[in-house]
Design a protein around this ligand. Structure first.
Ligand code: AMP
Length: 283
């Protein structure tokens, strides 16, 4: 596995592969890799001849009082996992490279509409940070396909819209959420939870599956959301949003939206957990 930290070296390598008609899949990450990330890498390997993974904790997508400094960084362990998985390039950009004139002086990619609801409402600027860094990474790597996790459902929607609107020549794949045995969606932020909170955390998934059952039994969407919110509070969460959404617009779903998705963000102490389940084929 090549570990590269310069745009020119990534470009040179990718250009060489393309001249041999080899295809390239790209998996952008913030590191601290777990089985969810590795599932994306496995799929990337099946989708293309060569796989590029990036690790970069992007300051622009963190709010002022968020966990940028505390975000877990485990580079040596991540490197070993990626090497073992047969990744071809590990790209390790620096902030000087991505934001030469500081993040605030960078061109920023704003995706209107879907960026300002749900997570975008409580994390203003977050999706602009995500779209900006992913756009830059796409331009550097120039892969044929990029692989993301549905765990971050709204993020995938933002990226799909960016790619479509900016005519970026890349295919986007989104994979189902990988979960712990008790249903908790894997996330680097789960390690912020105390033992007691980790026990409670699985009730998020249980509450969500109960909500899906109720919807499938014909219950009213808004009532199901209200009950879900109450149930989370009883378990000790502070729900931020609990919404059955149209999966394209992310606006509140109506019973006409056969293809809705349940989107939840909830705080457990100082940890913010997000999760989602699709109505028909919940994962
Ligand atoms: P992150 O390092 O958290 O920015 O995530 C990098 C990629 O991994 C994103 O596309 C995430 O959606 C994806 N990802 C994170 N957690 C999971 C999970 N539990 N299952 C599947 N994909 C995930």
């Amino acid at each position: 596995m090549l570990c590269l930290d310069e745009v020119s070296s990534v470009r040179k390598q990718v250009k060489g592969w393309k001249s041999q008609n080899l295809t390239i899949a790209f998996v952008p990450t913030m590191g601290n890799l777990h089985a969810g990330h590795m599932a994306l890498v496995e799929t990337a390997k099946n989708l293309a001849d060569k796989v590029v993974v990036s690790i970069y904790v992007n300051p622009l997508q963190f709010g002022e009082n968020e966990d940028f400094d505390a975000y877990p960084r485990t580079l040596e362990r991540d490197k070993a996992a990626l090497e073992n998985a047969g990744v071809d390039i590990l790209f390790l950009p620096t902030s000087v490279m991505i934001y030469p004139d500081s993040p605030s002086q960078s061109i920023q990619v704003q995706v209107p509409g879907i960026s300002s609801v749900l997570c975008g409402e409580s994390r203003p600027g977050h999706f602009t940070g995500v779209a900006t860094v992913v756009c830059k990474l796409f331009n550097i790597v120039q892969a044929d396909v990029a692989v993301f996790g549905e765990k971050d459902f709204q993020q995938v929607a933002v990226i799909r819209k960016m790619v479509k609107d900016l005519f970026i020549p890349i295919q986007i794949r989104a994979l189902p959420t990988v979960r712990e045995n008790d249903g908790l969606a894997m996330s680097s932020r789960n390690q912020y939870l105390s033992n007691e909170q980790r026990g409670i955390a699985s009730t998020l998934y249980q509450t969500m599956t109960n909500m899906i059952d109720k919807v499938n039994n014909g219950c009213d969407y808004r009532e199901v959301e209200a009950e879900g919110r109450e149930s989370l509070k009883k378990h000790g969460f502070r729900p931020e949003y609990v919404q059955l959404s149209n999966r394209d617009t992310l606006l509140p779903a109506t019973t006409l939206d056969k293809n809705a998705v349940l989107l939840v963000a909830a705080w457990l102490g100082k940890t913010r957990l997000i999760d989602n389940l699709s109505l028909k084929n919940g994962n």
